[in-house]
Design a protein. Structure first.
Length: 509
């Protein structure tokens, strides 16, 4: 048989291939259907996932809105507290602002977001405070209140980072180009040291104290005078402290050394600040004040020196009475009116106040001593005017040496006139129109009462001479202020001189 036709031999295979294509088509259709089902299932999963994501996103937005609202509340609270620090007119307002800031701070500790809001607004408000151009007194009041808050938090919570962060911020701001900012930072450092001394426990660590004192040393070398002057006030709270070995920065240059350097400063503001705040507890410091009051070329510095001398302890002043008399006489007799004015206004006026204070304390002691004795006739209560009238004699007795008694006439006359001016300005309940009235029987009982003469007779010869000298100068001043009419002069003498009957009684005793 002839061989089969190849085409014919392939016919059965062709039919079989057709069936394979059909099955393949069916398989493809099934696969497509399965794919569609899987796709639908995946789409359902995606839709479900999107629903959950939308819900979580909604919750996140609510949380963000809540945190934003709380953050704004924290920021507003800090801002209002600082405004209260600046605008407080009394202690109640200041305490209210302190309480408000404390509440806001404690609230901010509840979550990191609010804590960040507090820190951010605190830095902003503090920066505005030290760089602001508002009143210096209000700014310093706000700074003191802010430091009270920081220390109160440090005492209450030993782990708080508020104080270290604040000190670090001060270190950063000390590099600012604005001299007002540097001046305020130096003031803050002084307040931190001063407030720390008031506490029962040490809050500042050795590292923090050294960092703060380093700021003062930098300020001491500042090119701007107001910053150097502020350093003097800041160092004043440390000048009498014993420097321990851990206070390394102060050991390198002690507070007293800074004050002595500042006393030689070319700028008068710095020298005036040294005079005002330097401690005067010994004769050397007092002699230094005498020298400044006598020879400083700037009137303001001399005024501060006279005012500071008047505030020195009266016992220390009396120990240097001869130098004090010499300085006062030179100022009162100098040809320039500025020195005379400074001596009268900034020294003798304040010395009158010191003498009045001394007289009041002595009167209180006498009353306490007399309370233990049976007295049928209690001593009269002297009014304010009486103490002022007697103050010139007290000054003469305490601060003028017998060797300088005759030369001290200008001082006594000036004191008497100052007392007269005060009374005439109506500072007391009963204003005197005539100077002679201040030694009337009602106003000057220390001189004209029987008790005074009795005490005078029993005193030392030196005290009697001093009293007689004062009496003579006083008569001269009174008569000079009267008209030339002899009748008026005799009337004055009649008011201030003891009666013959009283004199005879005293002599018989």
């Amino acid at each position: 048989m002839p061989p089969d036709d190849p085409w014919d031999s392939q016919q059965p295979e062709s039919k079989s291939g057709g069936r394979s294509k059909k099955r393949a088509k069916e398989d493809d259709s099934q696969q497509t259907q399965d794919t569609q089902q899987q796709g639908n299932a995946s789409q359902s999963q995606v839709t479900a996932s999107q629903g959950v994501g939308t819900q979580n996103s909604s919750l996140s937005r609510k949380a963000l809105l809540k945190n934003a609202k709380l953050g704004k509340m924290i920021s507003t609270g800090v801002m209002n507290a600082f405004r209260g620090f600046i605008e407080s007119k009394d202690e109640q307002g200041a305490q209210t602002s302190l309480k408000q800031l404390r509440i806001v701070y404690m609230k901010s500790l509840e979550n990191p977001s609010m804590k960040a809001s507090f820190s951010e607004e605190f830095d902003i408000s503090f920066g505005n405070l030290v760089a602001g151009n508002f009143d210096m007194e209000a700014r310093q009041q706000a700074i003191r209140l802010m430091i009270k808050f920081i220390y109160s938090m440090a005492v209450e919570d030993k782990g708080t980072l508020l104080l270290p962060a604040f000190i670090q911020y001060c270190v950063t701001l000390m590099t600012c180009e604005d001299s007002i900012v540097r001046q305020n930072i130096v003031f803050i450092v002084g307040c931190l040291f001063e407030e720390n001394k008031k506490l029962n426990e040490e809050i500042l660590s050795d590292e923090q104290r050294n960092a703060l004192y380093r700021l003062l040393l930098n300020g001491h070398n500042d090119k701007v005078a107001v910053v150097r002057a502020e350093v003097v006030r800041a160092v004043a709270s440390l000048q009498n402290d014993d420097i321990d070995s851990e206070f390394t920065e102060a050991l390198e240059k002690a507070p007293n050394e800074i004050l002595l350097d500042s006393q030689r400063d070319m700028c008068m503001e710095t020298r005036a600040m040294v005079v005002k705040y330097r401690s005067v507890q010994n004769g050397d410091a007092l002699q230094s004040l005498f020298k400044i009051a006598e020879s400083d070329p700037i009137l303001k510095v001399r005024q501060e020196a006279f005012a500071r001398i008047a505030s020195v302890d009266m016992k220390l002043l009396s120990e240097h009475r001869r130098d004090l008399t010499k300085l006062t006489l030179e100022a009162l007799t100098e040809s320039g009116s500025e020195s005379r004015h400074a001596c009268r206004v900034y020294f003798l006026n304040q010395m009158i106040d010191s003498c009045v204070k001394f007289l009041k304390s002595e009167a209180e002691k006498d009353q306490q001593n007399d309370s233990f004795l049976a007295s049928s006739q209690p001593e009269p209560e002297y009014d304010e005017e009486h103490f002022y009238a007697v103050s010139p004699y007290v000054f003469l007795k305490l601060f003028v040496d017998m060797q300088d008694l005759v030369e001290s006439v200008p001082i006594v006359r000036c004191l008497l006139n100052l007392v007269d001016n005060r009374i005439k300005r109506g500072q007391f309940t009963s204003t005197r129109e005539q100077f002679a009235e201040i030694i009337s029987r009602d106003v000057f009982p220390v001189i004209i009462t029987k008790k005074t003469y009795t005490q005078l007779i029993s005193t030392t010869y030196e005290d009697q001479l001093r009293f007689a000298f004062f009496w003579r100068v006083m008569l001269e001043v009174f008569i000079e202020k009267c008209d030339s009419m002899s009748a008026e002069r005799w009337a004055i003498l009649a008011r201030i001189a003891p009666t013959l009957e009283e004199t005879c009684v005293l002599v018989r005793k």
